[in-house]
Write a protein that binds this ligand. Structure first.
Ligand code: ADP
Ligand code: ZN
Ligand code: ZN
Length: 809
């Protein structure tokens, strides 16, 4: 007898697997999806292991297969277990990351009657009789249909009674696929080519040129042609096609097509470029790792924007493909990187799959299948693409590896795609390249230590002439106020914008966040209050009129005057993008403005539309959040203004300095990509801050040395690990009480086990204290081996655990 260890799709299963006997004759493999009995239900499960040793508990039998082929590969099974253990997430949630799109929703309960002639139905209660009649009338009925007919409660009650009496049977099935194949109109000749030619001559003599042209086009094509293509090639309307159909010369049919997210873009194949010396040596490093059979290589490719990292990815990937391997490329936000995707699909025409949560479920499903069947050399997508079923995975690229969007923070499993990729590399031997202009301090630290191999591209590739790094001016906003300028635009920025507009060039104005700021700053001297204990910026809580540290809950009332310079202009809260757009319109009345933030860009193609409008110079000034700093190549932009660099600097998070450096560097990277050159103006109350100084000088090491020093002193990552525990409740007092109780429990555990490597910070209200009507308190653990410690403590339900949180805000 064979036994299967199964991860079951039920919240009750938590991090556990369950053992089932494999019925004789049922061929089962690891990674396969099965139906299993669970309590009185029949649920989905994934087989994680098989064994011949009977478990020491009684087992039930697997009820059946859901699909013939395994859905998870053996290394994905190991990966799912690791995710569940490391991030303390329910096992099936980890498994589900790797299942095909739409898989989890596809179970339906069906009812059928099981009556024998001797059953006496007259004594049944009315409710049950009614239900039974509906079921037997249809032979088989889904529970949801019955619920629609009788009402939910009534139907469920009746069914459970009928099942108990043996009068009805439940069965479970996959719902009919919600994902439907896509059909497209195709045209083909309905007559022999010779006859078509005679018709063409006739049409021409009757001056029906378009009809003749369409017929002529179809005559050259043996296969049905998509109508869209024919229309474009011939340049005719639907009426022309209809006329030919009416004459019986052309046939119309629906043909099933694969939904291809790239199909709207024309693909022009592009040859590899001749590499610079720096690119070549980076490429050599990576390709030698791809060829070696030893320990898998992890590389950190550090190079400023425009230094040619993408070209290195493309050529390294080509080599991987030549060696029979396939790749996964992660990008931070797919809708912001159309140009990157275009470059990959130009180099690997029709062999690129794009995974993207904004695709329809059908498109996602088709791409998943195509990948699993080995049809794609490259898969590109956001963090979840690391779970793509790419066979022969040999190469993983994480572009902009420092981006926070690689961490899933909002829902469980709260995984980091970079750490998942590293684990995957360990399991499969795949080579990993982390690329960034501003590497995560933790990655750079590991590279310095020798855990990763560091590859540097120190300079921009300068293809023809022009475009070195842009010239940067840092404006001290305190001086503006002293000079009597109360506008949001410094005199320097105002002048620069005016000048650019006069020359008919484009401007981007950039603000870090969309809402108002949450810190209080002195407008006179720039002073911002910080926590005495944690060094993080205090957060303003307008409802209580206090400033609070959201790590340790240190609180003070909002001061009336600045503690440093005694100015009364202390309550300066900053501006959002919407306000900024309005102010810009007032200051530059002749300019055409465009706003780009997550409010303005709801909808599938909104990003692309805004970008295209700006690129085709239908606007002069683009105002936006940091989103506009990503992945764009806009040659007409000669000026970039960082309107308030202090917004990110004053986030209550120990990574605020790093974040600011990254954002400013990205902004700098946007300017001067064209032959017109570029300038950057950064406005701040804190020009001497190392993050601002380093960014304005394009000096990563200056930033890194200072930052790593602070991290070491305050024992923050990479010198420790963090875990953030959050509790939410509609009642703030109860919420705080639970947080305090949890801290006590954890302290007792730590003390009683004599653990000295874990410390507790807080509890304190979360940065966003109230979210969707619930108050949130959080507790931070610092130390090593946090996951194993937390796994050994019973954490009550309602607590959210985030291991290695990226933003404590
Ligand atoms: P990054 O990814 O580091 O921002 P890219 O790979 O996008 O840099 O390169 C920046 C620009 O330089 C692109 O337009 C690219 O086509 C061009 N480029 C890159 N490498 C070369 C090269 N070896 N020769 C000529 N042009 C190059
Ligand atoms: Zn002051
Ligand atoms: Zn504090």
């Amino acid at each position: 007898m064979e036994y299967a260890e199964v991860s079951v799709n039920s919240p009750a299963a938590r991090r556990l697997t369950f053992s089932y006997a494999v019925p004789p004759g049922l061929g089962i493999e690891v990674g396969q999806a099965v139906w299993v009995p669970f309590g009185d239900k029949r649920l989905q499960g994934i087989v994680l292991a098989l064994s011949n040793v009977p478990p020491d508990i009684e087992t039930r039998e697997i009820a059946g297969l859901i699909e013939d082929r395994p859905l998870l590969s053996p290394h994905q099974v190991s990966l799912a277990r690791w995710i569940s253990d490391y991030y303390l997430s329910p096992l099936f949630e980890a498994v589900a990351l790797m299942l095909p799109p739409g898989f989890r929703r596809r179970m339906v309960t069906y009812l059928s009657a099981s009556l024998s002639p001797e059953d006496d139905l007259s004594s049944l209660p009315r409710e049950q009789k009614e239900a039974l009649e509906l079921i037997s009338a249809r032979g088989r009925l889904s529970l949801s249909e019955l619920e629609k007919a009788l009402g939910r409660k009534k139907a469920q009650r009746a069914v459970s009674q009928l099942v108990k009496r043996g009068l009805a049977l439940r069965s479970y099935e996959l719902a009919p696929a919600r994902v439907k194949p896509r059909l497209e109109l195709h045209l083909s000749l309905a007559v022999a080519p010779g006859e078509a030619q005679r018709e063409i001559d006739g049409l021409l003599s009757r001056r029906a040129g378009k009809q003749a042209a369409l017929l002529g086009f179809l005559k050259q094509r043996p296969q049905p042609v998509p109508w869209a293509e024919a229309r474009q090639e011939v340049g005719c309307t639907k009426a022309v096609a209809d006329a030919l159909v009416a004459k019986g010369l052309v046939r119309v049919q629906q043909v099933e097509v694969r939904r291809d997210p790239l199909s709207r873009q024309a693909v022009t194949p592009s040859p590899p470029l001749t590499l610079t010396a720096a690119q070549q040596s980076a490429l050599d490093g990576v390709t030698s790792a791809l060829r070696s059979r030893g320990k898998p290589g992890v590389f950190l490719l550090h190079g400023v924007t425009g230094s040619g990292k993408t070209e290195v990815y493309l050529q390294a990937l080509k080599e991987a493909v030549r060696l029979g391997k396939k790749g996964i490329v992660l990008v931070p936000e797919i809708s912001l990187t159309p140009q990157t995707i275009e470059r990959f699909s130009a180099r690997f025409p029709h062999r690129v799959a794009v995974l993207h949560s904004r695709l329809s479920l059908g498109e996602q499903f088709d791409e998943w299948q195509r990948i699993r069947n080995g049809g794609c050399e490259v898969v590109i997508g956001p963090r979840s693409a690391v779970f793509a079923p790419q066979p022969d995975l040999g190469f993983i690229i994480i572009d902009e590896e420092h981006e926070w969007s690689y961490k899933q923070s909002d829902v469980s499993p709260r995984y980091h795609a970079r750490d998942v990729a590293l684990k995957l590399s360990e399991l499969t031997g795949a080579v990993v390249v982390l690329g960034s202009a501003t590497p995560d301090v933790e990655s750079y630290y590991r590279a310095r230590k020798g855990d990763y191999r560091l590859l540097e591209l120190p300079e921009r590739v300068v293809p023809d002439q022009g475009s070195p790094l842009p010239q940067v001016e840092v404006v001290d906003m305190r001086e503006e106020l002293k000079a009597g300028n109360r506008s949001i635009f410094s005199r320097a920025l105002f002048r620069a914008v005016t000048e650019a507009l006069t020359k008919n060039e484009q401007v981007m104005l950039f603000l870090n966040r969309r809402g108002g700021a949450t810190f209080i700053q002195c407008r006179n001297c720039g002073y911002v209050l910080r926590c005495r204990r944690c060094e993080v910026v205090l957060t303003y809580h307008p409802d209580e009129g206090v400033l609070a540290c959201h790590q340790c809950n240190y609180r003070i009332p909002v001061p009336q005057t600045c503690p440093r310079c005694s100015s009364r202009r202390i309550k300066f809260l900053g501006t959002g993008t919407q306000k900024l757009a309005q102010l810009a319109q007032e200051s530059f009345p002749g300019a055409r403005l465009l706003r780009w933030d997550s409010d303005a860009t709801r909808g599938k193609d909104a990003h692309r539309e805004i970008l295209n409008r700006f690129r085709s110079h239908q606007a002069d000034i683009l105002v936006g959040t940091q989103m506009i700093a990503k992945g764009l190549d806009l040659p007409l932009v000669t000026l970039v203004g960082g309107v308030n660099a202090d917004v990110s600097l004053n986030l209550p998070d120990f990574r605020a300095g790093e974040r600011t450096f990254q954002l400013l560097s990205q902004v700098l990277g946007r300017a001067g990509r064209g032959s017109l050159g570029g300038r950057v103006v950064i406005q701040t109350y804190f020009p001497e801050h190392y993050a601002i100084r380093a960014a304005s000088r394009h000096d990563y090491s200056l930033f890194y040395e200072q930052e790593i020093d602070y991290r070491r002193k305050l024992r923050n990552p990479p010198f420790s690990r963090l875990a953030c525990l959050t509790y939410a409740h509609t009642n703030d007092v109860l919420c705080q009480r639970e947080a305090i109780r949890m801290k006590q429990r954890l302290s007792e555990e730590i003390a009683s086990r004599g653990i000295d490597s874990v410390s507790l910070i807080g509890p304190a209200p979360a940065f966003v204290h109230r979210l969707r009507g619930r108050f949130r308190w959080q507790l931070i653990l610092r130390g090593s081996e946090l996951a194993s410690f937390l796994a050994s403590v019973a954490i009550p339900p309602g607590w959210k655990i985030d291991i290695d949180p990226v933003g404590l805000v």
